[in-house]
Design a protein around this ligand. Structure first.
Ligand SMILES: [Zn+2]
Length: 345
């Protein structure tokens, strides 16, 4: 069985967990500059990217996704590194491919919103976006990806071009929309947008980024009723609400916009992410994941909520062993040891 078949087969048989959100995590670790959020780390500290992939896989991710998010021409132009476009993409693909091989996970290519799509100039921007995706996907195909995740898409038009280019290579396509509104930027209801992509041969459709668990679940319910086949959900690990559905709309306690540097105040607990994974599975979502804000502790909790034991489960919490909040026996024993210590025993 080829790996290509294995994504779709795995989705038929159960769930696939996909951890991403690398850019935010690498920014927190001091390897990506907040603002442009371009993954220059790929060229400057590739070992850090490799380690993060390993941490997410160890925590339960079934997918190693190449960090080519925001490694596209428009973003690189903004920081004057357009000439590094190919080197950055190839580095991301090489690292992810090696980690996928080492860990037996699926190797996925990644394309995203290009920032070049203009709904008022559809023909020309279709052409420009097609050129960018064609270039990026050729590198992904050269690296041997098992499937492609096209994500954080804001326009049906742009998503259709992404799908067309992925399908030229006969690869499985997971197409995810992100929106802080109920509609795409070209005015399609988000569920309707997914349906259009599904009707055009997308293998998996759904949402990533922007919304946290509570604001994504109602959309997933509607999506499950609207399309047949596998659907996907990768919320941000931030506590958004129906009143403030996207992390871009959150405000800190001082009234200032939380996006992006104040988002810590809204970070989901591992239990909240675990509850989301269980709830999504119950709704019939089979491609389940996590986007911006993700840490390995979230991923492990989600994997365990899906009934798995993963490598990092070796160190899953057992708070009964804690000297303050643990079991009465354990606390008593600790206290006795403490008294003995000071009594010189
Ligand atoms: Zn995200």
């Amino acid at each position: 069985m080829s790996q290509n078949e294995s994504l779709l087969k795995r989705l038929q048989e159960g769930s696939v967990l996909c951890a991403e959100g690398y850019i935010f995590e690498l920014e927190r670790r001091g390897y990506v500059k907040a603002g442009a959020f371009v993954p220059e780390v790929l060229l400057e500290h590739p070992e850090v990217v490799r380690q993060l992939h390993h941490e997410f896989v160890r925590a339960g991710s079934d997918v190693t996704l190449a960090l080519t998010y925001y490694a596209h021409r428009e973003k690189l132009k903004a920081i004057g590194r357009e000439n590094d476009l190919e080197a950055m993409n190839r580095a991301a693909l090489k690292i992810a491919s090696e980690v996928a091989k080492e860990t037996g996970t699926l190797f996925a290519g990644d394309i995203c919103n290009t920032s070049a799509y203009d709904v008022n100039n559809k023909a020309a921007s279709d052409e420009e976006v097609r050129r960018q995706y064609t270039e990026q996907l050729q590198w992904a195909v050269d690296a041997g990806v098992d499937f492609v995740l096209a994500e954080t898409l804001e326009y049906v038009g742009e998503a259709l071009v992404a799908l067309e280019v992925i399908k030229k290579h006969n690869l499985p396509a997971v197409i995810n929309f992100a929106s802080n509104l109920e509609k795409t930027k070209d005015d399609y209801d988000l569920v309707e947008a997914c349906k259009i992509l599904k009707d055009n041969r997308a293998d998996v459709v759904g949402f990533n980024c922007s919304r946290g668990p509570a604001a994504m679940l109602p959309l997933l319910k509607r999506l499950r009723e609207a399309v047949v086949g596998p659907i996907s959900a990768l919320p941000v690990a931030y506590r958004t609400s129906p009143a403030n559905p996207s992390f871009q709309s959150l405000k800190n306690s001082d009234g200032q916009p939380a996006y992006t540097l104040g988002l810590d105040e809204f970070l989901c607990t591992r239990k909240e992410m675990a509850d989301f994974a269980a709830e999504a599975q119950k709704l019939g979502v089979s491609f389940i994941g996590i986007c911006c804000g993700a840490g390995p502790h979230h991923v492990r909790a989600m994997a365990e909520a899906l009934g798995r034991t993963v490598l990092a489960s070796k160190y899953s919490p057992d708070m009964s062993q804690h000297y303050l909040v643990g079991s009465a026996d354990y606390a008593k024993k600790h206290e006795e040891q403490f008294i003995d210590h000071f009594a010189g025993k």
